[in-house]
Design a protein around this ligand. Structure first.
Ligand SMILES: Nc1ncnc2c1ncn2[C@@H]1O[C@H](COP(=O)(O)OP(=O)(O)OP(=O)(O)O)[C@@H](O)[C@H]1O
Ligand SMILES: [Mg+2]
Length: 389
């Protein structure tokens, strides 16, 4: 479950991220637990690694684990280890990630996905650092690890619905750092683009391409629903497809080619008094309402997976609600300003899929009238907002 440090560095130029960097240096002096919140792809893991690197624990291990999608029994044995014979296939005693992180830092990602039973076990561990391996009646050891937890869920909502323990929340939330979405710290975009173009041009041994001024503008104005992960994926794609020379607007994926989005378009609107007043129309590409919808939207837009596999199949299998699908379609139409043909491209489908796509949407009442996306008004998400604590 541990992953190697991808590139290690945190690129930061915006005042918000420079402030976070400063806070990290300060908190690194203590062992206080840290809770990181922010949308998917903003860099929560990058921040967690940095706390470790800035701290006196840096010579010891940094262990990252993801709590999402792992069945309880496996998560428990991964985290706390197990004793030989405790379950089929447990041929020898095995230390868990907490023991492996002894003296260092453990990063627990997607903590909001943990079951109530695992939350109780984690709470017991946080009391005094005692480890009870699976299959052991007694305490196996006591470890000293710094815990950094992260979530892109609204934990307070989860507490209200009984899905997350309040006592665990307050234990983990000694220092709370909220990592802002990339669209709220645009000063970071250009340095990140430069950084990742360099990283990938070295990786693929091609020359670092130049960006045309339109491309630079387009990247600066885009709303980056998938945050830094989306930007990094885009940089890799540009390098892989690069024929050397200059990157032009046509080389960008459809969502970015539609630039400049009217994010700062001055529209003459009639005021009640009869005067024409300049009004800045914000083209906000708000991520879809629910966490699930936001994550799936990111997989389509940032990771370039197809709508058919990411949305259609789970919907037919009843793993997704109609509202999730509507949220994803709404977010997509905000990008394409209501254009369904472009939506097809944005969602990684073939042009020939157009009819099938529209039939699917109509049949399940997920077809949204395009007119509402052509207005200059900011478009609201279906419900709720970006998932931040
Ligand atoms: N400030 C940054 N500088 C350089 N790279 C960054 C920065 N922020 C994020 N990245 C890169 O973007 C990708 C996503 O970052 P990370 O995995 O830390 O996001 P996250 O907030 O943990 O996302 P998720 O909620 O989906 O787990 C990683 O590959 C990371 O290296
Ligand atoms: Mg993460």
């Amino acid at each position: 479950m541990t992953r190697p440090d991808p590139n290690g560095q945190m690129i930061a130029a915006s005042p918000a991220m420079l402030r976070i960097d400063e806070e990290l240096r300060q908190t690194a002096r203590s062992d206080a637990k840290i809770l990181l919140t922010g949308e998917s792809g903003v860099g929560k893991e990058v921040v967690a690694r940095l706390v470790h690197r800035y701290s006196s624990r840096s010579p010891k291990p940094f262990v990252a684990m993801n709590c999402a999608g792992v069945p309880d029994s496996l998560l428990e044995s991964e985290l706390f280890g197990h004793m030989r014979g405790s379950f089929t296939g447990a041929y020898r005693d095995k230390p868990g990630l907490l023991e492996q992180a002894h003296g260092g830092t453990i990063f627990m990602d997607e903590i909001g996905e943990m079951s109530l039973r695992m939350q109780a076990l984690l709470l017991r561990f946080l009391e005094d650092g005692d480890i009870y391996r699976v299959g052991s009646e007694r305490r196996t050891s006591t470890v000293d690890v710094r815990v950094v937890a992260a979530t892109n869920r609204v934990l307070l909502d989860q507490i209200a619905s009984g899905a997350f323990r309040e006592d665990l929340y307050y234990r983990l939330n000694v220092i709370h750092l909220l990592i802002p979405p990339l669209r709220d710290r645009r000063e970071d975009i250009q340095p990140l683009v430069n950084h990742y173009l360099r990283v990938f041009s070295e990786k693929y041994a091609v020359s670092n391409p130049e960006l045309s001024p339109e491309v630079v503008d387009s990247l600066a104005q885009y709303n980056w629903p998938g945050n830094v992960r989306e930007l990094k994926n885009l940089a890799e794609r540009l390098i892989v497809r690069s024929r050397g020379g200059v990157v032009r607007l046509e080389d960008l994926p459809p969502a970015l080619m539609r630039q400049p989005l009217p994010s700062a378009r001055v529209l003459p609107l009639r005021q009640p008094g009869g005067e024409h007043a300049p009004v800045v129309a914000a083209a906000r590409t708000t991520p879809p309402a629910s966490d699930v919808a936001a994550q799936l939207f990111n997989r389509i837009v940032a990771d370039r997976e197809s709508f058919w596999s990411v949305v259609y199949t789970p919907f037919i299998a009843r793993d997704l609600t109609r509202n999730d699908v509507r949220g994803i379609i709404t977010a997509g139409l905000q990008h394409t300003r209501g254009n369904y043909k472009m939506l097809l491209e944005l969602f990684n489908m073939e042009p020939a899929d157009y009819k099938r796509f529209l039939n699917f949407l109509r049949k399940h009442q997920c077809h949204m009238p395009f007119q509402q996306f052509r207005t200059s008004e900011p478009i609201r998400p279906l419900a709720g907002g970006p998932s931040l604590v």
